[in-house]
Write a protein that binds this ligand. Structure first.
Ligand SMILES: C[S@@+](CC[C@H](N)C(=O)[O-])C[C@H]1O[C@@H](n2cnc3c(N)ncnc32)[C@H](O)[C@@H]1O
Length: 382
C-alpha cells in the first residue's frame, strides 16, 4: 500500500476540502476506478487503459484563496462555519511556487491597507486572491474586489510587490460588487505586466488570459492532450473539431500537417488566446470560433470530434447533434463520469472503445476520464 499524504489543516479539522486526505494513494485510485467502472458498466467491451497517476502533493497550478482577517493581519484560505477567515497558506496540494508567493502578497495587502471583505457585516473590499502558476514559474495574480476603492493604493504599492515577486507576470483586479457566493465578477482591470500568462507545455505555449479556464493539474493536462493526440492520430482523422476548447489545449495538441482542426468556445478572450497560440506555433490548419457548442449545427461533419464540457456535460441538444452527425470518432474528456455516462447513453450510435482515468484531483474523489468512442457502423476511414 502506498503512503498517504498528511495535512495539519485536515488533521485539525480546519479544512475538509481534500476529502481523501490521509487515504493511501493506491486506495484513492482504486476507488476512483471502481466508481468510474460502475458508472460506465453499461459498456463492458470497452478496454480500460492504465490510469494516469498524479503527484500526491504540490500538483495544483491554481490557488483560489478567500481573504479574511484584517488588513494588518490577513488570512488567505477559506472561511470557517462562522464566516471568518482561516489561513491555508501552507496547503500542501498547491505548487511550491504558489505557496512561496503568499507571504509577499499578505505583506502587500497590509502595506496597501486593503481591508478584507467581511461576509457577516458585508464590509471591506478584498474578497479573494486568485493565483495561477505557469510551468516556467511565472504567476498571474488577481485581486477580487468589492469596488474600485482600493485601486489607488494597490497601484501605489505595486512596484514593491513586483520587486518582492519578480516572477509576477500578470496582475489584475476583478470587480465583484454583489454579495454572492461566486469566485469572481465580470470586470477585469489590468494593473501590471502582460496580457497573458504563457503556459509552456512541451513544445507548445498556450496563452492564458486571467479569467480563462485552465486544467488545474498541469502534468495531468499534458497527459490528457497527449492521449487525445494519440487516439486522433490512430484513427487518421483529417478534420477535427474541439468543442469547449478553452484556450485550445486539445486543438493545438492534435494539430498536424494535412489535418484541419476547428475549436469552438463560448469565451471570447479564451478564443483570442487560442488564436495567438496557434499563430505563434505556426499552426495554419487550426482555427477557432466564439460560439455556443450546444447550438452547433453539424453541417460539415468532421472525421473526429473532441468534447471537454464543464461538469454538467453535453446535454440533450448537443448529444442529439453528435448522434446525428455521422462523425466516425468522438473523444470525450470529462470531469464528471455521471454526466459522461448519461451523454454516452444518449448517443447510442457510438460505442466506447477505450477508457482512461486521469487523476487530475488527488486527495479528493474527483477525477478526469477520457473515452474513445467509435460510430458503430464505421470502423475506420483512412
Ligand atoms: C472543462 S473546460 C475545457 C477547456 C479546454 N478543453 C481545456 O482543456 O482547457 C470547459 C470549457 O467550456 C467552455 N464552455 C462552457 N459552456 C460552453 C458552451 N455552451 N459552448 C462552448 N464553450 C463552453 C468554458 O468556457 C470552458 O473553457
Amino acid at each position: 500500500m502506498s503512503a498517504a499524504m498528511q495535512c495539519d489543516y485536515f488533521d485539525r479539522g480546519v479544512c475538509g476540502t481534500c476529502t481523501l486526505m490521509g487515504t493511501p494513494y493506491d486506495v484513492q485510485l482504486a476507488s476512483k476506478i471502481a466508481h468510474a467502472r460502475t458508472l460506465l458498466a453499461f459498456w463492458p467491451d470497452a478496454v480500460w487503459l492504465p490510469p494516469m497517476q498524479s503527484r500526491q502533493s504540490g500538483f495544483r497550478n491554481k490557488a483560489k484563496m478567500v481573504v479574511g482577517g484584517t488588513a494588518e493581519s490577513p488570512t488567505l484560505g477559506i472561511l470557517d462555519a462562522t464566516q471568518h477567515g482561516v489561513d491555508l497558506t501552507l496547503c500542501g496540494i498547491l505548487s511550491p511556487g504558489l505557496r512561496a508567493a503568499f507571504a509577499p502578497i499578505a505583506a502587500f495587502i497590509s502595506r496597501a491597507r486593503i481591508t478584507p471583505y467581511d461576509v457577516p457585516t458585508r464590509r471591506g473590499e478584498l474578497k479573494h486572491v486568485l493565483l495561477t502558476q505557469s510551468p516556467d514559474g511565472e504567476l498571474v495574480l488577481r485581486f477580487v474586489l468589492r469596488s474600485t476603492e482600493p485601486l489607488g493604493r494597490i497601484r501605489k504599492h505595486l512596484l514593491g510587490l513586483l520587486a518582492d515577486l519578480p516572477n509576477l507576470s500578470v496582475v489584475t483586479a476583478n470587480l465583484l460588487p454583489e454579495h454572492k457566493a461566486v469566485l469572481e465578477g465580470d470586470e477585469e482591470i489590468a494593473l501590471a505586466g502582460d496580457e497573458t500568462l504563457a503556459m509552456r507545455l512541451g513544445d507548445l505555449v498556450l496563452h492564458l488570459r486571467p479569467a480563462s479556464f485552465f486544467q488545474t493539474n498541469t502534468d495531468i493536462a499534458m497527459g490528457l492532450y497527449a492521449q487525445a493526440r494519440e487516439w486522433i492520430d490512430e484513427v487518421g482523422a483529417r478534420s477535427v473539431w474541439d468543442l469547449y476548447c478553452g484556450v485550445g489545449g486539445f486543438a493545438l495538441h492534435v494539430a498536424a500537417p494535412g489535418r484541419l482542426v476547428h475549436g469552438v468556445e463560448v469565451s471570447a478572450p479564451a478564443v483570442e488566446s487560442a488564436r495567438l497560440s496557434a499563430v505563434e506555433a505556426g499552426l495554419s490548419g487550426v482555427t477557432f470560433e466564439v460560439g455556443d457548442a450546444t447550438a452547433l449545427d453539424a453541417g460539415d461533419t468532421p472525421d473526429a470530434i473532441i468534447v471537454n464540457p464543464p461538469r454538467r456535460g453535453l446535454g440533450d441538444r448537443l448529444c442529439a447533434t453528435l448522434e446525428a452527425s455521422g462523425a466516425p470518432t468522438i473523444v470525450y474528456s470529462s470531469c464528471n463520469a455521471t454526466t459522461l455516462a448519461r451523454d454516452i447513453a444518449a448517443m447510442p450510435s457510438y460505442a466506447p472503445q477505450r477508457i482512461r482515468l486521469f487523476d487530475m484531483f488527488p486527495q479528493t474523489d474527483h477525477y478526469e476520464v477520457m473515452v474513445l468512442l467509435s460510430r458503430r457502423s464505421t470502423s475506420n476511414y483512412t
